[in-house]
Ligand binder design. Structure first.
Ligand SMILES: NC(=O)c1ccc[n+]([C@@H]2O[C@H](COP(=O)([O-])OP(=O)(O)OC[C@H]3O[C@@H](n4cnc5c(N)ncnc54)[C@H](OP(=O)(O)O)[C@@H]3O)[C@@H](O)[C@H]2O)c1
Length: 308
């Protein structure tokens, strides 16, 4: 069993990508602090990881991170245990599906901003000060491919993820003369409970998510974090989508995203879901690449590709 005697704090560790990240850190011998609301599930995960990997310390902190004092309370509890955090993973996040003007709930959207943006900033501030003091530490922030493009039907969610990427890149620059690194993980639609919780079941993006394994996303994020990379887009299709967002006009990327976020019509549904959404994605990608090639030429397209 590996042990690093280092501790990673992971928010959103009770499911999906956060749970997979907790497993990767455990496999690599990190002690863990696991944060989310579902304390029962976190305790199950803590027992599982302790048993499988012989970790010395796995601390569970049940907290609703939309509450204004929650990040400070998390920090105080960690300090109360006498633990120093070497790695902070800001994974907890949620979305809400629907048209902003007429369908979505404002309170839910304000909570999304509190969780995806405010709590992430607050936790980063608290733990970064300690990291700077010892000139050592790493932060992994969960952004998204939608950090790079507008996200119709999830307008607020997409904007929070654009914030996360911008914030990460700015911090990274501010810390460039230290040993601290900040990395953004940009998954595309991934097979977790995210779409169900957001009310986006049955959309093309949800169908696309069925084939994207959160364990692979977590492995990509962990590798980029350990290398100290600025960001990683997980998955070939998502890398291509990220590339296109660099070269296509915003109106076109918005419209492409809108198509992905819509529910397919009946004729599409008669095909297998993953075939239909893959065909649409491939058609959009092929069209986008051709458009970019004719506008910029091959060297121009390659120059604009700065994904990792
Ligand atoms: N799945 C995708 O397609 C996708 C794509 C790009 C980026 N992402 C990002 O990846 C991250 C993880 O999402 P996921 O796909 O793994 O979804 P998920 O399975 O729904 O996980 C979300 C996690 O956030 C926690 N959480 C939600 N609300 C919280 C709150 N108020 N306080 C504390 N914790 C809270 C949840 O735990 P509790 O419910 O126990 O609190 C859960 O552990 C998010 O930031 C998401 O935006 C996801």
């Amino acid at each position: 069993m590996k042990t690093t005697e280092q501790t990673a704090l992971i928010t959103g560790a009770s499911s999906g990508i956060g749970y997979e990240l907790a497993k990767v850190f455990a496999q690599n011998g990190y002690n863990l602090v696991l944060v989310a609301r579902n304390t029962d599930r976190l305790n199950e995960i803590a027992n599982e990881l302790r048993d499988q990997h012989g970790l010395e310390t796995v601390i569970v902190i049940g907290k609703d991170l939309t509450q204004p004092n929650a990040p400070q309370e998390v920090y105080d509890e960690v300090k109360g245990f006498g633990v120093d955090i070497n790695i902070l993973v800001n994974d907890a996040g949620m979305g809400e599906y629907g048209l902003f003007a007429t369908e979505t709930d404002l309170d839910k959207e304000l909570s999304i901003i509190k969780l995806n943006v405010v709590a992430l900033v607050h936790l980063s501030k608290l733990f970064l000060k300690d990291m700077v003091r010892v000139n050592e530490g790493k932060i992994l922030n969960l952004a998204s491919v939608v950090s790079l493009m507008p996200n119709p039907y999830m307008a607020v969610y997409g904007a929070t993820k654009a914030f996360v990427l911008s914030f990460t890149e700015a911090l990274r620059n501010e810390l460039k003369d230290t040993s601290i690194t900040v990395t953004a993980l940009l998954p595309g639609a991934t097979n977790t409970d995210f779409f169900n919780k957001a009310g986006a079941e049955g959309t093309r993006a949800h169908q696309q998510a069925q084939t994207a394994d959160p364990a692979k996303v977590a492995a990509d994020g962990y590798a980029a974090l350990m290398k100290g990379n600025d960001k990683v887009v997980s998955g070939l299709m998502n890398k291509t989508q990220a590339l296109l967002s660099n070269v296509l006009p915003d109106q076109l990327t918005s419209q492409t995203m809108r198509k992905l976020m819509e529910r397919p019509d009946e004729s599409e549904e008669s095909k297998t879901p993953s075939t239909a959404s893959t065909l649409i994605s491939l058609a959009v990608i092929a069209g986008g690449l051709y458009w970019a090639y004719t506008k910029y030429g091959l060297p121009g397209v390659l120059k604009k590709v700065n994904i990792e």
